[in-house]
Design a protein around this ligand. Structure first.
Ligand code: DGL
Length: 272
Protein backbone atom coordinates (compact mmCIF):
# COMPACT_ATOMS: atom_id res chain seq x y z
CA UNK A 1 0.00 0.00 0.00
CA UNK A 2 1.14 3.51 -0.83
CA UNK A 3 2.33 5.46 2.19
CA UNK A 4 2.46 8.89 0.67
CA UNK A 5 -0.36 10.43 -1.28
CA UNK A 6 -0.53 14.00 -2.57
CA UNK A 7 -2.38 16.22 -0.13
CA UNK A 8 -5.21 18.59 -0.92
CA UNK A 9 -3.85 22.16 -0.73
CA UNK A 10 -5.84 24.77 1.14
CA UNK A 11 -4.89 28.41 1.43
CA UNK A 12 -6.12 31.53 3.13
CA UNK A 13 -4.77 34.94 4.00
CA UNK A 14 -4.24 33.66 7.55
CA UNK A 15 -5.74 31.36 10.14
CA UNK A 16 -9.43 31.96 9.29
CA UNK A 17 -9.44 29.36 6.53
CA UNK A 18 -8.84 26.72 9.17
CA UNK A 19 -12.66 26.76 9.58
CA UNK A 20 -12.78 25.39 6.03
CA UNK A 21 -9.98 22.90 6.73
CA UNK A 22 -11.92 21.71 9.77
CA UNK A 23 -14.98 20.99 7.60
CA UNK A 24 -12.82 19.33 4.92
CA UNK A 25 -11.26 17.01 7.48
CA UNK A 26 -14.67 16.04 8.78
CA UNK A 27 -15.95 15.26 5.27
CA UNK A 28 -12.75 13.63 4.01
CA UNK A 29 -11.18 11.88 6.99
CA UNK A 30 -8.85 9.78 4.82
CA UNK A 31 -7.24 12.71 3.00
CA UNK A 32 -4.01 14.54 3.77
CA UNK A 33 -4.01 18.33 3.71
CA UNK A 34 -1.38 21.02 3.28
CA UNK A 35 -2.60 24.39 4.57
CA UNK A 36 -0.94 27.71 3.83
CA UNK A 37 -1.78 30.85 5.80
CA UNK A 38 -0.36 34.01 4.22
CA UNK A 39 -0.06 35.61 7.66
CA UNK A 40 2.62 38.07 6.52
CA UNK A 41 0.15 39.80 4.20
CA UNK A 42 -3.16 39.47 6.04
CA UNK A 43 -5.62 41.10 5.63
CA UNK A 44 -6.53 40.53 1.99
CA UNK A 45 -9.97 42.00 2.62
CA UNK A 46 -8.87 45.64 2.50
CA UNK A 47 -6.60 45.29 -0.56
CA UNK A 48 -7.32 45.84 -4.25
CA UNK A 49 -8.51 42.97 -6.44
CA UNK A 50 -5.24 43.12 -8.44
CA UNK A 51 -3.11 42.74 -5.30
CA UNK A 52 -5.25 39.91 -3.89
CA UNK A 53 -5.07 38.12 -7.26
CA UNK A 54 -1.28 38.39 -7.25
CA UNK A 55 -1.00 37.20 -3.64
CA UNK A 56 -3.40 34.33 -4.33
CA UNK A 57 -1.33 33.17 -7.30
CA UNK A 58 1.86 33.22 -5.21
CA UNK A 59 0.20 31.31 -2.36
CA UNK A 60 -1.25 28.76 -4.77
CA UNK A 61 2.15 28.34 -6.48
CA UNK A 62 3.81 27.25 -3.24
CA UNK A 63 1.16 24.60 -2.72
CA UNK A 64 1.41 23.45 -6.34
CA UNK A 65 5.19 23.20 -5.93
CA UNK A 66 4.52 20.88 -2.99
CA UNK A 67 2.59 18.60 -5.36
CA UNK A 68 -0.99 19.06 -4.13
CA UNK A 69 -3.66 17.17 -6.08
CA UNK A 70 -6.27 19.95 -5.74
CA UNK A 71 -6.48 23.46 -4.44
CA UNK A 72 -9.12 24.93 -2.14
CA UNK A 73 -9.20 28.72 -1.88
CA UNK A 74 -10.54 28.98 1.66
CA UNK A 75 -10.38 32.78 1.62
CA UNK A 76 -13.62 34.46 0.52
CA UNK A 77 -11.81 37.58 -0.68
CA UNK A 78 -9.37 35.57 -2.80
CA UNK A 79 -12.15 33.28 -4.07
CA UNK A 80 -14.19 36.27 -5.13
CA UNK A 81 -11.45 37.84 -7.26
CA UNK A 82 -8.99 35.08 -8.17
CA UNK A 83 -10.89 31.81 -8.70
CA UNK A 84 -11.10 31.95 -12.50
CA UNK A 85 -7.54 33.23 -12.79
CA UNK A 86 -6.17 30.37 -10.65
CA UNK A 87 -8.26 27.80 -12.57
CA UNK A 88 -6.73 28.99 -15.85
CA UNK A 89 -3.25 29.38 -14.44
CA UNK A 90 -3.05 25.91 -12.85
CA UNK A 91 -5.26 23.87 -15.24
CA UNK A 92 -5.89 20.93 -15.19
CA UNK A 93 -5.51 21.03 -11.38
CA UNK A 94 -8.98 21.17 -9.77
CA UNK A 95 -9.40 24.52 -7.99
CA UNK A 96 -12.32 25.10 -5.61
CA UNK A 97 -13.54 28.41 -4.19
CA UNK A 98 -15.91 29.12 -1.33
CA UNK A 99 -18.32 31.64 -2.91
CA UNK A 100 -20.56 29.34 -4.94
CA UNK A 101 -20.90 26.77 -2.14
CA UNK A 102 -21.75 29.61 0.26
CA UNK A 103 -24.35 30.96 -2.16
CA UNK A 104 -25.89 27.50 -2.46
CA UNK A 105 -26.15 27.25 1.31
CA UNK A 106 -27.80 30.67 1.47
CA UNK A 107 -30.36 29.88 -1.19
CA UNK A 108 -31.20 26.59 0.49
CA UNK A 109 -31.64 28.33 3.86
CA UNK A 110 -33.75 31.28 2.71
CA UNK A 111 -37.51 30.83 2.36
CA UNK A 112 -38.30 34.44 1.47
CA UNK A 113 -35.28 35.03 -0.77
CA UNK A 114 -34.05 38.05 1.16
CA UNK A 115 -30.42 37.41 2.03
CA UNK A 116 -27.82 39.45 3.91
CA UNK A 117 -24.15 38.83 3.09
CA UNK A 118 -21.50 40.01 5.53
CA UNK A 119 -17.91 39.89 4.36
CA UNK A 120 -14.71 41.90 3.95
CA UNK A 121 -14.65 45.17 2.02
CA UNK A 122 -12.99 43.45 -0.94
CA UNK A 123 -15.59 40.67 -1.16
CA UNK A 124 -18.48 43.13 -0.86
CA UNK A 125 -16.93 45.46 -3.47
CA UNK A 126 -16.52 42.62 -5.97
CA UNK A 127 -20.17 41.51 -5.69
CA UNK A 128 -19.34 37.81 -6.22
CA UNK A 129 -21.87 36.58 -3.63
CA UNK A 130 -24.70 38.61 -5.21
CA UNK A 131 -23.90 37.18 -8.63
CA UNK A 132 -23.64 33.61 -7.33
CA UNK A 133 -26.90 33.88 -5.33
CA UNK A 134 -28.80 35.48 -8.23
CA UNK A 135 -27.49 32.82 -10.61
CA UNK A 136 -29.24 30.27 -8.41
CA UNK A 137 -32.29 32.37 -7.53
CA UNK A 138 -32.75 35.33 -9.89
CA UNK A 139 -35.49 36.95 -7.78
CA UNK A 140 -33.39 36.98 -4.59
CA UNK A 141 -32.86 40.31 -2.86
CA UNK A 142 -29.24 40.39 -1.69
CA UNK A 143 -27.84 43.04 0.62
CA UNK A 144 -24.11 43.02 1.35
CA UNK A 145 -22.20 44.85 4.03
CA UNK A 146 -18.57 44.80 5.13
CA UNK A 147 -17.86 43.99 8.79
CA UNK A 148 -14.08 44.44 9.02
CA UNK A 149 -13.92 44.61 12.81
CA UNK A 150 -15.13 41.02 13.03
CA UNK A 151 -11.76 39.90 11.60
CA UNK A 152 -9.88 41.63 14.42
CA UNK A 153 -12.30 40.30 17.05
CA UNK A 154 -11.89 36.74 15.84
CA UNK A 155 -8.08 37.04 15.70
CA UNK A 156 -8.16 38.37 19.26
CA UNK A 157 -10.29 35.43 20.38
CA UNK A 158 -13.10 37.76 21.52
CA UNK A 159 -15.72 35.69 19.79
CA UNK A 160 -18.49 35.88 22.38
CA UNK A 161 -19.71 38.25 25.08
CA UNK A 162 -20.67 41.91 25.32
CA UNK A 163 -17.94 43.39 23.10
CA UNK A 164 -18.55 41.00 20.21
CA UNK A 165 -22.32 41.45 20.55
CA UNK A 166 -22.09 45.25 20.70
CA UNK A 167 -20.07 45.33 17.47
CA UNK A 168 -22.44 42.86 15.81
CA UNK A 169 -25.38 45.04 16.91
CA UNK A 170 -23.76 48.18 15.48
CA UNK A 171 -23.18 46.55 12.10
CA UNK A 172 -26.36 44.53 11.75
CA UNK A 173 -29.23 46.12 13.61
CA UNK A 174 -29.73 49.09 11.25
CA UNK A 175 -29.87 46.73 8.27
CA UNK A 176 -32.16 44.19 9.91
CA UNK A 177 -34.48 46.94 11.16
CA UNK A 178 -34.91 48.24 7.61
CA UNK A 179 -35.23 44.78 6.01
CA UNK A 180 -37.38 42.61 8.30
CA UNK A 181 -37.82 40.05 5.52
CA UNK A 182 -34.17 38.96 5.71
CA UNK A 183 -34.18 35.31 6.74
CA UNK A 184 -30.66 34.14 5.85
CA UNK A 185 -27.29 35.65 6.63
CA UNK A 186 -24.12 34.53 4.85
CA UNK A 187 -20.99 34.56 7.00
CA UNK A 188 -18.98 35.44 3.89
CA UNK A 189 -15.57 35.62 5.48
CA UNK A 190 -13.37 32.92 6.97
CA UNK A 191 -13.27 34.64 10.34
CA UNK A 192 -17.00 35.01 10.88
CA UNK A 193 -18.14 31.45 11.67
CA UNK A 194 -16.37 31.57 15.05
CA UNK A 195 -18.52 34.63 15.89
CA UNK A 196 -21.79 32.87 15.14
CA UNK A 197 -23.11 33.07 18.70
CA UNK A 198 -22.58 36.83 18.98
CA UNK A 199 -24.04 37.40 15.50
CA UNK A 200 -26.95 35.03 16.20
CA UNK A 201 -27.72 36.90 19.44
CA UNK A 202 -28.35 40.01 17.31
CA UNK A 203 -30.16 38.42 14.35
CA UNK A 204 -32.44 36.21 16.48
CA UNK A 205 -33.73 32.75 15.61
CA UNK A 206 -35.66 33.80 12.48
CA UNK A 207 -32.46 34.44 10.53
CA UNK A 208 -30.49 31.34 9.54
CA UNK A 209 -26.72 31.83 9.60
CA UNK A 210 -24.87 30.00 6.87
CA UNK A 211 -21.22 29.72 6.00
CA UNK A 212 -19.39 28.13 3.12
CA UNK A 213 -17.16 25.75 5.08
CA UNK A 214 -19.49 22.74 5.14
CA UNK A 215 -20.82 23.28 1.60
CA UNK A 216 -17.31 23.75 0.18
CA UNK A 217 -16.22 20.54 1.90
CA UNK A 218 -19.27 18.81 0.39
CA UNK A 219 -18.30 20.00 -3.13
CA UNK A 220 -14.71 18.75 -2.70
CA UNK A 221 -15.98 15.46 -1.23
CA UNK A 222 -18.36 15.04 -4.19
CA UNK A 223 -15.37 15.36 -6.55
CA UNK A 224 -13.63 12.57 -4.70
CA UNK A 225 -16.77 10.42 -4.64
CA UNK A 226 -17.44 11.02 -8.35
CA UNK A 227 -13.86 10.01 -9.17
CA UNK A 228 -12.86 13.46 -10.45
CA UNK A 229 -10.31 13.64 -7.68
CA UNK A 230 -8.28 10.57 -6.80
CA UNK A 231 -9.06 9.40 -3.26
CA UNK A 232 -6.20 8.93 -0.85
CA UNK A 233 -5.02 5.37 -0.40
CA UNK A 234 -2.35 6.27 2.12
CA UNK A 235 -2.28 4.31 5.36
CA UNK A 236 -2.06 7.44 7.44
CA UNK A 237 -3.20 10.93 6.68
CA UNK A 238 -1.12 13.99 7.35
CA UNK A 239 -2.02 17.59 8.11
CA UNK A 240 0.77 20.11 7.59
CA UNK A 241 0.79 23.86 7.98
CA UNK A 242 2.80 26.59 6.26
CA UNK A 243 2.73 30.23 7.35
CA UNK A 244 4.44 33.25 5.81
CA UNK A 245 4.95 34.89 9.21
CA UNK A 246 4.78 34.20 12.94
CA UNK A 247 4.30 30.42 13.03
CA UNK A 248 3.89 30.46 16.83
CA UNK A 249 1.03 32.92 16.57
CA UNK A 250 -0.47 30.86 13.75
CA UNK A 251 -0.50 27.82 16.04
CA UNK A 252 -1.98 29.72 18.99
CA UNK A 253 -4.71 31.69 17.18
CA UNK A 254 -5.32 28.95 14.63
CA UNK A 255 -6.47 26.54 17.33
CA UNK A 256 -9.64 28.68 17.80
CA UNK A 257 -10.52 28.24 14.13
CA UNK A 258 -9.47 24.62 13.72
CA UNK A 259 -11.18 23.61 16.95
CA UNK A 260 -8.13 21.77 18.23
CA UNK A 261 -4.57 22.49 19.34
CA UNK A 262 -1.86 23.01 16.73
CA UNK A 263 1.68 22.18 17.82
CA UNK A 264 3.96 25.17 17.03
CA UNK A 265 6.47 22.69 15.60
CA UNK A 266 3.85 21.60 13.03
CA UNK A 267 3.91 25.04 11.39
CA UNK A 268 6.69 25.73 8.90
CA UNK A 269 7.71 29.28 8.02
CA UNK A 270 7.80 29.90 4.24
CA UNK A 271 8.49 32.88 2.00
CA UNK A 272 6.38 33.50 -1.10
N1 DGL B 1 -9.69 35.36 4.71
C1 DGL B 1 -10.39 36.60 4.49
C2 DGL B 1 -11.75 36.31 3.85
O1 DGL B 1 -12.31 35.25 4.00
C3 DGL B 1 -10.58 37.36 5.79
C4 DGL B 1 -9.32 37.95 6.36
C5 DGL B 1 -8.65 38.92 5.42
O2 DGL B 1 -9.16 40.03 5.19
O3 DGL B 1 -7.61 38.56 4.89
O4 DGL B 1 -12.28 37.14 3.17
Amino acid sequence: MQRTEPPIGVFDSGVGGLTVLRALRERLPGESFLYLGDTARLPYGTKSAETVCRYAEQAASILVDHGVKALVIACNTASSVALEHLRRRFAPLPVFGVIEPGAEAAVAASRRGEILVIATEGTVRGGAYERAIRALRPAAAVISTPCPLFVALAEEGWVEGPIAEAIARRYLEPILAGRPEIDALVLGCTHFPVLHRAIGAVTGPDVTLVDSAATTAAVVAASVEEGLLRPSRAVSREIRFLATDAPQRFARVGAVFLGEAIAPTAVELVDL
